[in-house]
Design a protein around this ligand. Structure first.
Ligand SMILES: Cc1cc2nc3c(=O)[nH]c(=O)nc-3n(C[C@H](O)[C@H](O)[C@H](O)COP(=O)(O)OP(=O)(O)OC[C@H]3O[C@@H](n4cnc5c(N)ncnc54)[C@H](O)[C@@H]3O)c2cc1C
Length: 399
């Protein structure tokens, strides 16, 4: 049997980040041989298909961060892509409300960041908030973000895979990469010679990076996001409604969003998960991963950089639907537990923990390795930013 022909670029992971990088590479170099490998039998099985579908605007992030640079541009690029491919986008906008006067300085800081990041934002009073979103409540002021929106994350991933194929790339599902090193990779079907490997393996990205000796300081800490859909008529909630987040954590707090079909949903939570793909029951449970989590959590809990104890104490009870709904009712008082009884598909956040610095990594992390590029912390808003992230990565790739 003859060996398979060499591949110019192999991408590990057919989530939105891997597909966006394959797409950007082929747009620039139409003759390049690009193959995307995804271990699952269908696309969007992990984060890229299990998220809130919020097109973020880009105002939360520290102005010197990749998140700040790539989210505003990613939002514009994703909208353009959706228009080109006929994927519906809902222009919901978003309001950020305060639950007490203590949160007003945090709201001002978000406004300031938005200004520096060049994101359209308006500070509104309670009367203006009522016009924008009659169901939301705030103390004194709120932020209005007109460029935040919604789309169906699975539809976006499928449309992007179609464009990669149209450009001449291959997208192989059910193809697990078991090992790799500079110039080669081994899937469950074949051994391939590759010019360059792109690691966009989401929850497994730290494992793949270590095959190349990259990102040794990192371990993945998984946080589970649960959702509950409302039975309200579509469009009753008009805008996404978010609280002011705790700046010490990379999560945005319990919020309400409007899906592209107009349904309101509550979530996601950020509950520490014992293993990476713990979507429900014991499926994909791994003794090794549970052990890793058991050794990492104490380091997270004693971290001087986060208030991990209060994060965990506030998140764990949200396993109970009524506790999660009660939290959301602080933003939108009319939500009631009996109206939010339909469970959404949970998602798991692939959050990197820097073991040496004892902190959660707050920004996207892109690292170069030998004949390889590693996207290590593609956390939220990575779905919004993916097309801009791909531009950023491809600009720096040494092919
Ligand atoms: C609950 C939740 C809510 C979120 N909400 C939002 C939001 O509203 N807006 C937003 O912008 N972002 C949001 N995000 C973040 C966003 O979903 C991620 O940033 C984005 O999906 C990351 O994409 P990815 O391609 O890196 O990862 P993934 O989608 O996880 O893709 C990685 C792929 O790699 C594959 N893989 C792994 N290992 C291997 C291997 N060895 N061989 C082959 N394939 C492999 C997996 O099967 C998977 O398909 C949210 C995330 C979560 C979890």
């Amino acid at each position: 049997m003859s060996a398979p022909p060499p591949v110019d670029v192999a991408v590990v992971g057919g989530g939105i980040v891997g597909l966006a990088i394959a797409d950007a590479l082929l747009a620039r170099h139409p003759d390049l041989g690009v193959v995307v490998h995804d271990k699952e039998p269908h696309l969007a099985a992990h984060g890229s298909g299990r998220n809130s579908g919020v097109l973020h605007a880009g105002f939360y992030y520290s102005p010197d961060s990749l998140k700040a640079r790539l989210t505003r541009r990613g939002n514009a690029m994703l909208r353009e892509f959706c228009e080109e491919r006929g994927v519906p986008v809902r222009d919901t906008g978003k309001v950020v409300v305060t639950r007490s006067v203590d949160e007003l300085p945090g709201l001002e800081e978000l406004y300031r960041r938005g200004q520096v990041n060049g994101v359209p934002l308006e500070m509104v009073d309670a009367a203006q908030l009522r016009e924008l979103e009659p169901l939301a409540q705030t103390v004194e002021r709120a932020l209005w973000s007109p460029t935040t929106g919604s789309a169906d994350p699975v539809a976006v991933v499928e449309a992007l895979a179609a464009r990669v194929r149209q450009r001449g790339g291959r997208v192989e599902v059910g193809s697990e990469v078991r090992a790799a090193g500079p110039g080669w990779l081994l899937t469950d079907r074949e051994h391939l010679t590759v010019g360059h490997l792109v690691n966009a393996a989401g929850l497994q990205a730290d494992v793949v990076a270590r095959w190349f000796g990259v990102g040794e300081e990192y371990r993945m800490l998984a946080f589970k996001g649960l959702y509950w859909y409302g039975s309200w008529p579509p469009g009753r909630l008009r805008r996404h409604v978010y609280p002011v987040p705790d700046p010490r954590n990379p999560f945005l707090g319990t919020h309400l969003t409007v899906a592209v079909d107009g349904r309101a949903k509550i979530g996601p939570t950020a509950i520490p998960a014992l293993w990476r793909e713990s979507y429900g029951g014991l499926a994909h449970a791994s003794v090794g991963e549970v052990w890793d989590t058991a050794t990492l959590l104490p380091r997270f809990l004693t971290s001087p950089h986060h208030d991990a104890r209060s994060l965990i104490a506030s998140e764990l009870p949200k396993h109970l639907q009524r506790r999660l709904v009660a939290e959301a009712a602080r933003l939108v008082p009319s939500v009631r537990p009996e109206d939010f009884r339909t469970k959404g598909r949970p998602g798991i956040r692939a959050q990197l923990f820097d073991v040496r610095a004892q902190r959660l990594e707050m920004d996207f992390v892109v690292r170069a390795g030998e004949q390889s590029t590693h996207i290590l912390n593609a956390v939220s808003p990575g779905w919004t930013s993916a097309l801009a992230m791909a531009e950023h990565v491809v600009d720096r790739m040494d092919l």
